[in-house]
Design a protein around this ligand. Structure first.
Ligand code: HEM
Length: 534
C-alpha cells in the first residue's frame, strides 16, 4: 500500500510536468526524425502486407509479386501477364492453385476445372465477396446496388427468379438483324480501307441492349454524337479512371477537386433519372394494358424490363423500382462491352484465319442462300449452323472477353482439392488460365474450331469439370449468355455473307491479337478491312 501511495504521489501533475516539457522540447527539435521513423515504419508495414503472403496461405504457390506488379502497372496485355507470370505459377502444384496480391488483397486463384467446379457450384461455401461500401462512387451509384451480380443467398435467388423468364424467352432476333443492316450502312461508307471495327461494334451493342433492355434507342450506330450516347460514354470512361478505382475516397470526399469526375456524376444523375422515368412509364403502360386486355408487342419483341414486370405480375416475386434500376444497369455493364469485345475478337479471328473464314462463309451461304441482299436468319436457322457455332465457342475459349469470374470469399475453413483454404479468403476462378492450360487443352494457343465437333476434344474434356466456361458455371452462370449468343449467331452469318474480312497491312495485330484490359479484355484499337461481296 505504501509503495502504491508513493508511486501515486510521484505521478502527481506537478511531478510529471517537467518530464512532459522536456519531451515536448525534444519533440520540437527532433520532429523531422520522429516523422521519418513513423513514416518508415508505416511504409514497412504496408510493404510487408503487400509483398509477403500471410502465414495462413503460405502453403500455396505464389505468383511472383514484383514481376506481377510491374506487368500490371506497365499495362501489359493480359495474355502476356498470364504467359509470363500466372500460368507458370499455376503449374507449380497439381491442384492448379496460386496466390497473388490483387484488388481483394491476397487472393487464391483457381486454374483447373476440378477446383473451379467446386467454387462455382458450392455457392454457400463460396459466396460472392462483399465489394465494400462504394455506393457513393460513380460505379457504385451505377451498379453496386441490390442487383444480381452483387447479391448472395435468398436475396439473389428472389431476383434471379424474376429475371430468369426475361432471358429464357425467344430472343429479339429481328431487332439484332435490323441493327446489323444499319451497321452495314456505316461499313459501306468505309469500304476497302481499314475501318474502326471495335468502335463500331460498341455502337451496335449499345443500341441492342438499349432497345432490348428497356425500349430506349440510343441511336449510337447512326449518331455517335447524340446526347445520350455522349452521356453514356462519359460515364463509362469515368468509371475506368484507375485513380478513383484505387482511391474511392477521393471521389466521395474530395469530389470538388476533380471537376471532370464531378461532371460525370451530373451525367449519371440524368441517366438514372431517365431509367426511373422509363420504369414508371412502363408500369403505367402495363397497368393500362391489363385493364384493356390489349398487348402492344409480340413476346420476342418485348424488352427485358417489360418481361421482368410481367414475371412479377405472374407471381414470380417483385422488384422495387430501385432494384429494377440497378438490374438494368447490371445488364448494361454485363452485356454491352462483353458482346462487342467478343464480336470484335470474332472478326479478328476470321480475318487472321482466311480458311476458317471461308468455311464459315460457305455454311452461311448454304443456309441463307447467295442472293445479293441482306438476309436475317430465322430462329430455326440459328440452330442449323454447326460450324459457325463451333467457331463461336472456340472464339469464346481462345479470346473470351471475361478473363475471370467475380471474386468469392470462403464462408468457412475449407478444403479445395486437398488444399486447405482458411475462412474469409478471397477466391477467383481464372477463366483465361483454364482455357489456356496446356495440361487441359491440346495446343491451347492455336485457334481451332474443330475442338468443338460433337464427341471431340471439348466434349471429352467436359467430363473433367468446368473446362469450357466463358460465361462462368453453376447457379451464377451469366444470365445474359443466350442473349449474347443470339446476338453473335445473327451478326456473324450476315457479316460473312456480305463481306470478306482482312487485317490491314500495318495492323498491330498481324502476329497475334493485342489486348486491352484486365478482367474484361478487348482487341486494342481493332481495324479491319471489309470488301463487299454484293
Ligand atoms: C460475350 C458476352 C458475355 C460474357 C463472356 C459474359 C460473362 C459473364 C461471366 C463470366 C459472369 C460471371 C459469373 C460468375 O461470377 O460466376 C457473368 C455474369 C453476369 N452477366 Fe454476363 N457475360 C456476357 C454477356 C452478358 C449479357 C448480354 C448480359 C445482359 C444482358 C449479361 C449479364 C450478366 C449478369 C446480370 C451477371 C450476374 C449474374 C448473377 O450473378 O446472377 N452478361 N457474365
Amino acid at each position: 500500500m505504501t509503495a502504491l501511495a508513493n508511486l501515486t504521489r510521484s505521478l502527481s501533475p506537478s511531478s510529471i510536468a517537467p518530464f512532459i516539457n522536456k519531451l515536448m522540447e525534444n519533440y520540437k527539435t527532433r520532429r523531422p526524425m520522429y516523422i521519418s521513423v513513423i513514416l518508415f515504419f508505416g511504409i514497412y508495414l504496408i510493404f510487408n502486407k503487400i509483398t509477403r503472403v500471410p502465414a495462413r496461405l503460405r502453403h500455396i504457390p505464389q505468383a511472383k509479386f514484383f514481376p506481377y506488379l510491374k506487368s500490371i502497372i506497365s499495362f501489359e496485355s493480359y495474355d502476356e501477364t498470364a504467359s509470363k507470370i500466372t500460368l507458370p505459377a499455376s503449374k507449380k502444384s497439381k491442384e492448379g492453385l496460386y496466390v497473388v496480391f490483387d484488388a481483394y488483397g491476397w487472393t487464391v486463384h483457381v486454374t483447373r476445372p476440378e477446383a473451379a467446379k467446386k467454387v462455382l457450384f458450392k455457392t454457400d461455401l463460396f459466396p460472392k465477396i462483399s465489394t465494400g461500401d462504394r455506393r457513393e462512387t460513380l460505379f457504385g451509384r451505377f451498379a453496386m446496388g441490390p442487383s444480381l451480380p452483387f447479391l448472395n443467398g435468398p436475396q439473389w435467388k428472389a431476383q434471379r427468379k424474376v429475371a430468369n423468364p426475361a432471358f429464357h424467352r425467344s430472343m429479339p432476333i429481328n431487332l439484332f438483324g435490323e441493327l446489323t443492316q444499319k451497321l452495314f450502312n456505316q461499313y459501306d461508307k468505309m469500304l476497302d480501307k481499314p475501318i474502326p471495327f471495335h468502335e463500331l461494334m460498341i455502337r451496335w451493342t449499345l443500341d441492342a441492349i438499349g432497345i432490348a433492355g428497356f425500349d430506349f434507342d440510343f441511336n449510337a450506330i447512326d449518331d455517335p454524337t447524340s446526347v445520350w450516347v455522349v452521356r453514356y460514354n462519359t460515364i463509362m470512361k469515368a468509371f475506368s479512371n484507375p485513380l478513383f478505382v484505387v482511391f474511392p475516397s477521393l471521389e466521395t470526399r474530395w469530389i470538388s477537386l476533380f471537376p471532370k469526375q464531378k461532371q460525370a456524376h451530373v451525367e449519371l444523375t440524368a441517366f438514372l433519372n431517365n431509367i426511373q422515368e422509363i420504369i414508371k412509364k412502363k408500369r403505367e403502360t402495363l397497368a393500362n394494358e391489363e385493364l384493356s386486355g390489349a398487348t402492344t408487342k409480340k413476346q420476342n419483341d418485348r424488352d427485358l424490363l417489360t418481361l421482368m414486370l410481367e414475371a412479377s405480375a405472374e407471381g414470380n416475386g417483385t422488384l422495387t423500382d430501385e432494384e429494377l434500376q440497378y438490374n438494368l444497369c447490371a445488364f448494361f455493364t454485363g452485356g454491352h462491352d462483353t458482346t462487342s469485345n467478343q464480336l470484335s475478337f470474332a472478326a479478328y479471328n476470321l480475318a487472321a484465319n482466311p480458311e476458317i473464314q471461308e468455311k464459315a462463309r460457305e455454311e452461311a451461304i448454304r443456309l441463307l442462300g447467295d442472293e445479293p441482299k441482306d438476309i436475317i436468319p430465322s430462329a430455326d436457322q440459328l440452330r442449323e449452323m454447326p460450324y459457325i457455332n463451333m467457331f463461336i465457342k472456340e472464339n469464346l475459349r481462345h479470346n473470351g472477353t471475361a478473363t475471370m469470374v467475380f471474386a468469392r470469399k470462403t464462408e468457412e475453413d475449407t478444403d479445395l482439392e486437398g488444399v486447405f483454404i482458411p475462412k474469409d479468403t478471397p477466391v477467383v476462378v481464372d477463366l483465361y488460365e483454364i482455357h489456356h492450360n496446356e495440361s487441359i487443352w491440346t495446343n491451347p494457343f492455336k485457334f481451332d474450331p474443330e475442338r468443338f465437333v460433337p464427341g471431340g476434344e471439348a466434349d471429352q474434356l467436359a467430363k473433367m469439370g468446368s473446362t469450357w466456361l466463358p460465361f462462368g458455371n453453376g447457379q451464377r452462370i451469366c444470365i445474359g449468355m443466350n442473349f449474347s449468343l443470339a446476338e453473335q449467331r445473327v451478326f456473324l452469318p450476315m457479316l460473312l455473307r456480305k463481306y470478306e474480312l482482312s487485317l490491314p497491312e500495318n495492323s498491330i495485330h498481324k502476329d497475334k491479337v493485342v489486348m486491352n484490359g484486365y478482367g474484361v479484355v478487348s482487341p486494342k484499337d481493332l481495324q479491319i478491312t471489309l470488301k463487299r461481296r454484293y
